[in-house]
Ligand binder design. Structure first.
Ligand SMILES: C[S@@+](CC[C@H](N)C(=O)[O-])C[C@H]1O[C@@H](n2cnc3c(N)ncnc32)[C@H](O)[C@@H]1O
Length: 238
């Protein structure tokens, strides 16, 4: 385990499937996670940009390891509390697989769209900008849900992608999520002092948001440098 203040957060540099086997049943209030999208397989070569890094779908080696939602459904069901929520970012290419594995296991399966107000450019101007990402929300009846008016609850949120100074330069993580979006999710889907778990935490954005919003956090990340970066980010705000 890597973390300094164990009563507020615990970080594990290991495969989340191993960690979840040791986690007690019904021990987590919110699973909020951003697993690999497996979009590298759709890379069709580089689009070069003068003075800037080339654009392609080959975002990172970690994205090449196939995520199979069926391998996560039993563990997620076992560790989530009865009133808990599950939020999973999913690539457009994966939504069907998540739906097939999870829809029958929870009362509700709902889609959510994050609209990026500053998406990457479409160099050849030959299609839509990739300005949307998707998340799946899962819960059972009686779940924790915090909002004032139904009118404000569109399954849609707009904010920019994470950029400097919030974005880490070292280590750079290709898919670091913006705190504004994660704060929105955490406040709707959990209460203060809740235990938030991110099995694919990257550089720890869910953990930073959880601690900023007075929740407790458990995170797993298979890459050592990302785990250490998450530890630095979270320990700085405690
Ligand atoms: C999409 S990124 C998450 C980024 C994160 N939301 C952030 O803001 O930093 C997915 C992460 O899952 C990690 N990962 C992949 N397979 C894993 C596994 N089996 N257990 C734990 N982490 C894993 C990758 O190394 C990668 O950093």
């Amino acid at each position: 385990m890597i973390s300094e203040n164990h009563s507020i957060y615990k970080l594990f540099n290991e495969d989340c499937k191993c960690l979840m086997k040791r986690m007690p049943s019904q021990s987590v209030d919110l699973i909020l996670t951003d697993p690999p999208y497996n979009i590298s397989q759709y890379s069709t070569g580089n689009i070069s940009r003068e003075g800037k890094t080339a654009l392609n779908n080959d975002i990172a080696d970690w994205d090449k390891e196939k995520i199979n939602p069926v391998e996560y459904v039993n563990a997620f069901k076992r560790i989530i509390k009865p009133k808990g929520n599950i939020i999973i970012f999913a690539g457009y290419n994966q939504i069907g697989e998540w739906h097939k594995a999870f829809d029958n296991e929870f009362d509700t399966f709902q889609m959510f769209v994050w609209h990026k107000t500053n998406p990457p450019p479409k160099i050849y101007k030959n299609g839509f900008l990739n300005s949307c990402e998707f998340a799946i929300f899962l819960w059972n009846k009686g779940h924790i849900w915090n909002f004032l008016s139904q009118d404000e609850m569109h399954n849609f949120f707009e904010c920019p992608i994470c950029s400097y100074p919030e974005r880490l330069k070292e280590p750079f993580h290709a898919t670091q999520k913006p705190l504004k979006l994660i704060n929105y999710f955490i406040n709707i889907a959990s209460n203060p002092r809740a235990i938030v778990f991110d099995p694919f935490m990257g550089v720890g954005t869910t953990g930073v948001s959880a601690v900023l919003n007075r929740r407790k956090f458990i995170g797993a990340e298979i890459n050592f440098d990302y785990t250490m970066a998450a530890n630095r980010r979270i320990s700085e705000i405690i």
